[in-house]
Ligand binder design. Structure first.
Ligand SMILES: Nc1nc2c(c(=O)[nH]1)N[C@H]1C(S)=C(S)[C@@H](COP(=O)(O)OP(=O)(O)OC[C@H]3O[C@@H](n4cnc5c(=O)[nH]c(N)nc54)[C@H](O)[C@@H]3O)O[C@H]1N2
Ligand SMILES: Nc1nc2c(c(=O)[nH]1)N[C@H]1C(S)=C(S)[C@@H](COP(=O)(O)OP(=O)(O)OC[C@H]3O[C@@H](n4cnc5c(=O)[nH]c(N)nc54)[C@H](O)[C@@H]3O)O[C@H]1N2
Ligand code: SF4
Ligand SMILES: [Mo]
Length: 747
C-alpha cells in the first residue's frame, strides 16, 4: 500500500509543502494535500497544487532520451556517452576558436528547481564560460541594483505582520510571493486596525480586499509614487529621528521631492489627489509598512526608478529592520545580491555593453549579443530549465538568434518551444523523480529550506542535472579521478577529515570554481538514499553558519563547524522542510553595508528631478499587459493544456466600456496588433479593467507534441513584445506596457 509522501508544489516561488498519495499504478498522483508539517506553508496550498499530476503524468511532450538534431530539423535518439562527448567536443572547439566567453549559459532553475543549476558554475568554469543570465534579469535586476545601492543587502517585506501592506504592481491573491498569501490577505482585510494599499490599473482580487485601491493609468506608477513621496515631505510625515539615526542623503532627497508637482502627477496617473493623500497618510501613520513591488512595475516604464521611489516611501517612514516592515534576510544562497556599482562602473556585457546586475546579462539584450558580426558575440548557448523562446521578449527574434548560433544545448524535461530549436536536448527527471530544492528562502524570523526527496523513480534514459554537469566537466578534462581520490580518502575518516581536505583544495582558484562537481563526486555518493545531488548543500550549510551564526544557533544547531554538520544533517533528513535560521530583527542592521541606508542615489535622484511627462501614444489606442498571472497559469511549467478547464485559450481582458464601444461581446474574436506582431484572440469584457487597458495571461501559446497529437493553447505573449522596449538602467522589459491596437476580424 502506498503512503502519503512529502514534497512541494513547484508552480510558484512559494513552494508550498504538499503530500502526495500515489495510485495503484505507482505513478499517478491519486491525491494531493497541503503538508501541515511544512514549517512555513503549514498545510496551505492554492488551487494550482492539486493539478500537479498534469506536470508529472500529463500530455507534456516528455523527453526520455538524449536527442540530436538532424539537418532536416528532426531529431535522432542518441545515448548519453555520445551526447556528452559530442557536446563537449563542440563546446571545446568553439572555445578554442572564439574563447569560452562566447558560450552563454541561460537559466538554472524555474519556480521549483534550483539544485541542478547550483552545479552549472562548474560547467561554466570547465569550458571557460563567463556570461550568463536567467529570468531574474527580465524582472528583478532593477530592484536588486537599487537595493544594493541603498542598503548593500537584499531585503524582503514581512507582509504577514505588517499593519499596512503596500502592493505596487503585484497581485498576490493570484501570484502569491509570500507564504499563505490568500489567508494573510484576508486576515489583514478583516482587521480594522490594518490596511492594504494597492497600486494597480486592474481591480484585481487583491485590490478588492484593499482599503485603498489606487487604480492608476497603466505605466504611470513613477508619477503616482513620486506624488506619494512628495506628500510625505509636504505634510511632514517622515520619521525624522529614525532617518537621522539610520540613513544618509536625506537632504538631497527632500530637496527633489519638494519640487514634485503633486496635483499634476496625480492627474497624469488619473487618481484623485484626495485618495492619494489619504493612502499616503495611512501609510505614514502605521506602526509598520511592508511593501511588495512586482511585475506590474518591474516590467513597465521607468521600472528601476520606480523601485527607487517605492523604497523611498517605506524608508522615509522608517520601515526597515522592524517586525512587519522590511528586513535583510538570511539563507543558504545569495539570490538578489549585487555589488551595487554606480552607473558609470561595474561589469558590462561584451557586445552591447549592457550593465550586468547580480552577475546576469539583461535578457532583453541577449539577441543583440548574438545577431551581430561583433567579434565578441555569443556563438553557443547552454540552456537549463528555462524556455527563453517563449519567456523572453520578441520570440521571433529569439528564434532567429538561436538559429544563428553554432551550438544550442537544452536541458529540460519536455520538448519545449526552445528545445525544438536545439542541436542537442538532454532529458532530466521531473522534480518529483529526484532530489530537488529552491533557494527562494526569504522567510522571517524563521527561515525555511526544503530538500525534497523523490516520490517516484525516474524513467530509464534521463539523468539528473548534477550528473549532466559532472559529466560535462569530466569530458572537458577539468576534473579526473586524481582530483577526487584525496577527498575520498579523507571522507573514509568522516566529514571532519573531509572538511579541511576540501578547503585546502579550494585554495587553488581553478579547483574552487569546480567545487560543486568535486562535492558531487566525492561527498555525493556517501549521502544516504541516493541524495548525491544534495552535496552542494553541505558547503551551503557551512556558509550559512559562517554568515548567520546567531540565527543558526537560535534555530537549535549550536555553533561552529558542528553546527554546519548538524544543519546539513537536518536538511538531508528533513523531508518536510526545516527551519535553518531563527533571526532577530535587529540583525538587519548588521547585514547592511556599514549598517546605514543611503537614500541618495545620484543618477536616479536626478532622473527623478528631470522626469519628463509621458508622451501620448496616438497611434496605439490601447496599452496591453502581456503576461498576467491568473488562477490557472504557471509560466510554462504546466505544459498540458487540459489543466485549464475554464477559459482554455486565455482570453484577452478588456474594459466593459471599450467592449461596448467596439461592439464586442464575451467570446468574440478580434485581431490584436502591436509593433512586433499580431494575433487573433478571444475577448472577455470585464468591469475590472480601465478603459484603454488590455491584458493577456502568461504561460499560454505552448505547442505540445504528445503521442502523435499536437496540442496548442492560446497566445504566446512574447510574439507581441519588443526586445528594445526596455529599462534604461538594467534593460528589463516593458511587457506590461505594450502599445496595441484592436481590429475586427472578417466574419
Ligand atoms: N498563478 C500564477 N502565479 C505565479 C506565476 C504564474 O505564472 N501563475 N508566476 C510567478 C512568477 S515567475 C512571478 S515573477 C510572479 C509575478 O507576480 P505578479 O507581479 O503579481 O503578476 P502579474 O499578474 O504579472 O502582474 C501583477 C499586476 O500588475 C498589474 N499591472 C499591469 N500594469 C500595471 C501598471 O502599469 N502599474 C501597476 N501598478 N500595476 C500594473 C496587473 O494588473 C497585475 O495585477 O508570480 C508568480 N506566481
Ligand atoms: N510577456 C511576458 N513574458 C514573461 C513574463 C510576463 O509576465 N510577460 N513573465 C516572465 C517571468 S517573471 C518569468 S520568471 C519567466 C519564466 O520563464 P522561464 O524562466 O523560461 O521558465 P518557465 O516558463 O518557468 O519554464 C521552466 C522550464 O523548465 C522546465 N522544467 C520543469 N521541471 C524541470 C526539471 O526538473 N529540470 C529541467 N531541466 N527542466 C525542468 C519546463 O519544462 C520549462 O521548459 O517568464 C517571463 N516571461
Ligand atoms: S502555486 Fe499555489 S500551491 Fe503551488 S507553491 Fe504557489 S501558492 Fe503554493
Ligand atoms: Mo518571475
Amino acid at each position: 500500500m502506498s503512503e502519503w509522501q512529502p514534497t512541494a508544489c513547484i508552480l510558484c516561488e512559494c513552494n508550498c509543502g504538499i503530500q502526495v498519495l500515489l495510485g495503484s499504478d505507482g505513478r499517478s498522483f491519486d491525491k494531493i494535500r497541503g503538508d501541515k508539517l511544512h514549517p512555513s506553508s503549514a498545510g496551505y496550498t492554492c488551487n494550482k497544487a492539486l493539478q500537479l499530476d498534469r506536470y508529472q503524468n500529463g500530455r507534456t511532450g516528455r523527453i526520455r532520451t538524449p536527442l540530436r538534431r538532424r539537418e532536416d530539423g528532426g531529431f535522432d535518439e542518441i545515448d548519453w556517452d555520445t551526447a556528452i562527448s559530442e557536446i563537449s567536443q563542440r563546446m571545446r572547439a568553439i572555445g578554442a576558436e572564439y574563447g569560452g566567453k562566447s558560450i552563454f549559459y541561460y537559466g538554472g532553475g524555474g519556480q521549483g528547481n534550483h539544485l541542478g543549476g547550483a552545479y552549472a558554475p562548474a560547467t561554466m568554469a570547465a569550458y571557460g564560460m563567463r556570461y550568463r543570465s536567467s529570468a531574474l534579469a527580465q524582472e528583478k535586476t532593477g530592484e536588486f541594483w537599487v537595493g544594493a545601492r541603498m542598503t548593500g543587502h537584499p531585503v524582503r517585506a514581512d507582509i504577514e505582520h505588517a499593519e499596512v501592506a503596500l502592493f505596487v504592481g503585484k497581485n498576490p491573491y493570484q501570484s502569491h510571493g509570500f507564504p499563505r498569501a490568500r489567508s494573510v490577505l484576508k486576515e489583514i482585510a478583516r482587521d480594522p486596525e490594518r490596511a492594504i494599499i494597492v497600486l494597480d490599473p486592474v481591480r484585481t482580487e487583491t485590490a478588492e480586499l484593499a482599503d485603498f485601491h489606487l487604480q492608476l493609468r497603466p505605466g504611470t506608477d513613477i508619477y503616482l509614487l513620486a506624488a506619494m513621496a512628495a506628500i510625505l515631505i509636504r505634510d511632514d510625515l517622515i520619521a525624522h529621528d529614525w532617518l537621522a539615526a539610520h540613513t544618509e542623503g536625506l537632504d538631497e532627497v527632500v530637496a527633489v521631492l519638494r519640487t514634485v508637482p503633486i496635483e499634476r502627477y496625480c492627474a497624469i496617473a488619473d487618481v484623485e489627489p484626495e485618495l492619494v493623500t489619504a493612502a499616503t497618510r495611512r501609510l505614514a501613520a502605521a506602526e509598520s509598512v511592508a511593501a511588495l513591488e512586482d511585475l506590474g512595475v518591474q516590467m513597465n516604464r521607468h521600472s528601476t526608478l520606480v523601485s527607487y521611489v517605492e523604497k523611498l516611501l517605506w524608508l522615509l517612514t522608517g520601515n526597515l529592520g522592524k517586525s512587519g516592515a522590511q528586513y535583510a534576510f538570511s539563507g543558504l544562497a545569495a539570490i538578489g545580491h549585487d555589488r551595487g556599482h554606480p552607473a558609470d562602473s561595474g561589469p558590462r556585457s561584451p557586445v552591447v555593453g549592457a550593465r550586468i546586475v547580480s552577475g546576469l546579462v539583461p535578457c532583453n539584450v541577449i539577441t543583440e549579443e548574438i545577431l551581430t558580426d561583433h567579434p565578441a558575440r555569443y556563438r553557443a548557448m547552454l540552456i537549463e530549465s528555462a524556455n527563453p523562446v517563449h519567456s523572453l521578449a520578441d520570440s521571433a527574434r529569439m528564434r532567429a538568434a538561436l538559429a544563428a548560433l553554432d551550438l544550442v544545448v537544452v536541458i529540460d524535461v519536455a520538448m519545449t518551444e526552445t528545445a525544438r530549436l536545439a542541436d542537442y536536448v538532454l532529458p532530466a527527471p521531473t522534480q518529483f523523480e529526484k532530489y530537488e530544492a529552491t533557494f527562494f528562502n526569504f522567510e522571517f524570523p524563521r527561515n525555511v529550506f526544503h530538500l525534497r526527496h523523490p516520490v517516484l523513480p525516474p524513467p530509464a534514459g534521463v539523468l539528473p542535472e548534477p550528473e549532466i554537469h559532472a559529466r560535462l566537466v569530466e569530458a572537458a578534462g577539468a576534473l579526473t579521478e586524481d582530483d577526487y581520490r584525496p577527498l575520498r580518502v579523507a571522507l573514509e575518516q568522516g566529514r571532519e577529515a573531509f572538511a579541511p581536505a576540501f578547503l585546502s583544495m579550494l585554495a587553488d582558484p581553478a579547483k574552487a570554481r569546480l567545487a560543486p562537481v568535486l562535492l558531487y563526486r566525492t561527498l555525493g555518493p556517501t549521502l544516504p538514499d541516493g541524495a548525491a545531488a544534495a552535496a552542494v548543500l553541505w558547503a551551503a550549510a557551512h556558509n550559512c553558519v559562517r554568515k548567520f551564526p546567531a540565527g543558526v544557533q537560535r534555530a537549535g544547531y549550536g555553533t561552529g563547524p558542528e553546527a554546519g554538520e548538524r544543519l546539513f544533517q537536518a536538511i538531508l533528513t528533513g523531508a518536510h522542510g526545516v527551519v535553518i535560521t531563527d533571526d532577530e530583527i535587529g540583525e538587519t542592521w548588521n547585514r547592511l553595508r556599514d549598517g546605514v541606508v543611503r537614500l541618495h542615489i545620484p543618477e536616479l535622484l536626478s532622473a527623478l528631478a528631470d522626469l519628463p511627462e509621458p508622451d501620448p501614444e496616438h497611434e496605439w489606442p490601447f496599452v496591453l499587459a502581456a503576461g498576467e498571472r491568473r488562477a490557472f497559469t504557471a509560466n510554462t511549467i504546466m505544459r498540458d493544456p487540459a489543466w485549464r478547464t475554464r477559459d482554455p485559450g486565455g482570453a484577452l481582458r478588456i474594459s466593459t466600456d471599450d467592449a461596448q464601444r467596439l461592439g464586442l461581446r464575451s467570446g468574440d474574436r478580434v485581431r490584436l496588433t502591436t509593433r512586433s506582431g499580431s494575433a487573433e484572440v478571444t475577448v472577455e469584457p470585464t468591469d475590472r479593467m480601465r478603459s484603454g487597458h488590455l491584458s493577456l495571461p502568461n504561460g499560454l501559446g505552448l505547442t505540445v507534441e504528445h503521442d502523435g497529437d499536437v496540442l496548442t493553447s492560446g497566445i504566446a505573449p512574447n510574439e507581441l513584445t519588443a526586445f528594445d522596449d526596455r529599462d534604461e538602467w538594467v534593460g528589463t522589459p516593458w511587457h506590461k506596457y505594450v502599445p496595441a491596437r484592436l481590429d475586427t476580424v472578417g466574419t
